[in-house]
Design a binder for this molecule. Structure first.
Ligand code: GLV
Ligand code: MN
Ligand code: MN
Length: 417
């Protein structure tokens, strides 16, 4: 079977999708259930229908575009990713897995192939934690990792609940119905940009992901004492931001302290109250993100950070409250899907290496209900979550070709013409 990818069409579609954005190009901001997200979803559904796929949506807005197989009762093979984008992101994160998945299906359709198992393209809701503070909402709910009641009560910055916001966006069913039974899919394969530098540095076109690192995040609220920046003398101050600064450095120390390259710790949010140049910060909220390929090592770092928070709070006379947002296990890829990906690379004569994913993905949670694997393509300079994120049409095309061949192998089926 000769698979041909329409790189130009795919590239045009990636550009069009990037136009649904609240930031000026080249930046993309597309927060879940914003007007731009809803427009992007509507545009995508038109593309899916054009490709002859049957579209359905669940109560949290996960969208499924199905190519019915000759044996529709068998568990389907799935691919897909997300299209929400963090503030000032680029245009490839997630999108390559959705539009690339669509082009993989179209490429197979063009060959005259007819799958035995159905093939489903899934667009997951809110992979990014931007709006509700927790990432992978759609795949967590699908896999039963997140309880529907807990999801419904999540709040955005404007104190609107996920339940209200998703219903306003038109997704009205009960969140209980989002969960699917283990075994509903025989395989899930996600195409994604690497979001790291290895493939580019080693000049290897594709990465076959064997493991996904274990992510954890928590929110720390530090209550100190505010006051006049001039009138209040330095001795005896209980400055919440000074305490936060020490905590931030404790996060860095904790991650560096394992000596393992796979441990990472980041404070990406710091909100200071009242936020005036001449006012001592009385309350600070920071977010901490810690990840590792080794979950036990990640937990140890997390415990060290919590001990440091307690010590810093006591010494500085501030109250620091820690709220765990998530603490997830790592995911492992299925040997069978990795074998199918390997065979596809070899048939196409495209070089590959095995690697771990340090970013989390919807695959992390799909792994709890289905065999999964991921396929990475290089991105320039390893840059992601920035407007200058870039993968060339050729790099994307190679990933889509291998994805298509892998989906065909996993679905089984026959050439019709
Ligand atoms: C996903 O976007 C992540 O933060 O790993
Ligand atoms: Mn992302
Ligand atoms: Mn992503």
């Amino acid at each position: 079977m000769k698979i041909q990818i329409d790189q130009q069409l795919l590239n045009r579609e990636i550009d069009t999708l990037a136009g649904f954005s609240d930031a000026e190009a080249p930046a993309v901001t597309r927060v879940v259930f914003s007007e731009q997200d809803r427009k992007a979803r509507a545009w995508l559904k038109e593309r899916f229908a054009e490709a002859g796929l049957a579209v359905r949506e669940d109560a949290v807005g996960n969208t499924f575009a199905r190519w019915e197989g000759a044996k529709p009762d068998l568990p389907a093979v799935a691919t897909g990713s997300h299209v929400d984008a963090i503030p000032h992101a680029g245009k490839y994160d997630g999108v390559v897995g959705v539009l690339g998945g669509l082009e993989a299906i179209r490429a197979l359709e063009r060959t005259g192939f007819r799958p035995k198992r159905s093939i489903e393209l899934i667009v997951f809701t809110s992979e990014e934690p931007t709006r509700f503070g927790l990432g992978c909402l759609g795949s967590r709910l699908m896999s039963g990792t997140l309880a529907p009641e807990a999801a419904a009560a999540l709040r955005d910055d404007e104190e609107q609940t996920l339940d209200t916001v998703r219903q306003r966006a038109g997704f009205k069913g009960s969140l209980d119905s989002v969960r699917i039974a283990p075994g509903s899919y025989s395989a899930f394969v996600e195409l994604h940009i690497e979001q790291g530098p290895i493939l580019e540095e080693e000049k290897i076109p594709l990465g076959l992901v064997t493991h996904i690192a274990a992510p954890a995040s928590f929110r720390i609220t530090i209550e100190g004492e505010g006051g006049h920046a001039g009138g209040r003398l330095m001795p005896g101050r209980r400055d919440a931001l000074c305490a936060a600064a020490e905590i931030i450095l404790a996060v860095e120390r904790g991650a560096l302290g394992t000596g393992a390259i796979d441990t990472v710790g980041t404070v990406g949010i710091c909100q200071v109250h009242p936020g005036a140049v001449n006012s001592i910060p009385s309350r600070v909220q920071i977010s901490v993100d810690v990840r590792d390929t080794d979950a036990a090592r990640r937990d140890k770092v997390q415990a060290e950070i919590e001990a440091a928070i307690e010590e810093i709070g006591r010494r500085r006379g501030v109250v620091a409250r820690v709220e765990i947002i998530n603490s997830d296990p790592p995911a492992e890829s299925s040997p069978e899907i990795l074998a199918a990906l390997t065979a596809a690379c070899e048939t196409e004569g495209i070089g590959y290496r095995r690697m771990v994913s340090r970013a989390y993905h919807d695959s992390s949670f799909m792994s709890q209900i289905a065999p999964i694997a991921m396929l990475f393509i290089p991105c320039r300079g390893g840059v992601s979550h920035r407007p200058d994120e870039y993968s060339s049409p050729e790099e994307i095309g190679r990933g889509v070709k291998v994805l298509a061949r892998t989906l065909a192998a996993l679905a089984g089926g026959a050439q019709q013409v």
